[in-house]
Design a protein around this ligand. Sequence first.
Ligand SMILES: [Zn+2]
Length: 341
Amino acid sequence: MKALVKHPDTVGLALEDVPVPEPGPDEVLIRVLTTGICGTDLHIYEWDEWARTTIPAPMTVGHEFSGTIESLGSNVSGFFVGEMVSAEGHVVCGQCRNCLAGRRHLCKQPKGLGVNIPGAFADYVVVPKTNVWRHVEGIDPEVAALFDPFGNAVHTALSFPVLGEDVLITGAGPIGLMAAAVVDHAGARNTVITDVNTFRLGLAAEMGRSRPVNVLDESLEVVQKELGIVEGFDVALEMSGAPSALADILANTIHGANVALLGLPSEPYSIDWSTVIFNMLNIKGIYGRQMYDTWYKMNVLIQSGLDISPVITHRFEAEEFDAAFAAIKSQESGKVLLSWN
Ligand SMILES: [Zn+2]
C-alpha cells in the first residue's frame, strides 16, 4: 500500500510502498479515504526539534482521517465491514488512575496515532477497537475526516455554557473557525473571532455570523461597544498560542469570566496574574477530546445541521503531499485534505 513515511535525518516525507498492517485480535483495519493535515504534521514534516525527539522514525505519520472498515480482529464485535469510521488519535493506557476512573482523556501517558505509533497517511491504518468511532449515516467523508480537530473545537467551545453569552475566540485557524461555528450553533449572543491573518478572517466571515476582528486594525474595546457588550466577554477561547492573544483576553473579559486555553505557545511566557486574581477568572487547559462525550456531541451537531465544511479550503491527492504542506505553510489556507482514493 501507499504510505507517507517520515525518515530520520531528512526534512519532508516520502510516499512509499509498505506492507498493509495486520490487525491484532483487538484491532480494526480501516481503508483510509480522506486525511487532514494538522499543525502537528507540519512540525513532523519540517523535522523540528520537537519532532526529532518525539517521532520514532522511520514511521507512517498522520492522525486525522475518515475511512471504511476493511476487517476486524478476532476479539472485535459491534462493528461491521464497510461502515464509515474515524478514530480517536489518543491511545490511552487503560491502567492509570484517570483511565480506571473512566476519565480517559486525562490518561497519564496517551500514545498518539501518527506521532508515537504508525498513523493514517496511508491506504490502510490499524487502530485499537476502543478508538474506532462510527459516523452518522450519509456523512460527507471530507467532514468525517475533520473529526479529530473538530473534536478539539467542540471540547473547547462546549467547556462552558455559551447560551446567550458573549464569546471571544482568539485565533482563526481551522480549530478556531470550527469553534466559532459551534458557539454560534449553541446559541451565543455575540461571537467575536480575532486574528492577524486576513485570509483566515475572511473565512470566518464566510462561515457564520461571528464578527471577525483583525487586532492589528481594530481594538476589542471598540468592538465591544459596537456590539453592546458592557462589562466584557463572558467566555473566551484561546486558540492561537500567541501571548498577545491571552493579554487581549485578560483585558476584555468580565469579572468571573470562563477562559479555555487550547492554543499551544511555542515557549513559556508571562501573563498579568493580578488580573486573573482580581477579576476572579476561571481558566481551563484543553487537550484533545473527551472520550467519548465530545465524539457523541460531534455526531449530533452534524445531525442538527452544523456545517463545518467551509473550513476546508484545499484538496490534494496523496501524491501531491508536498503541495499540500506548502498550502499549510502559506497560511493562506483553512483545512487542507489529502485523498487516498
Ligand atoms: Zn491512562
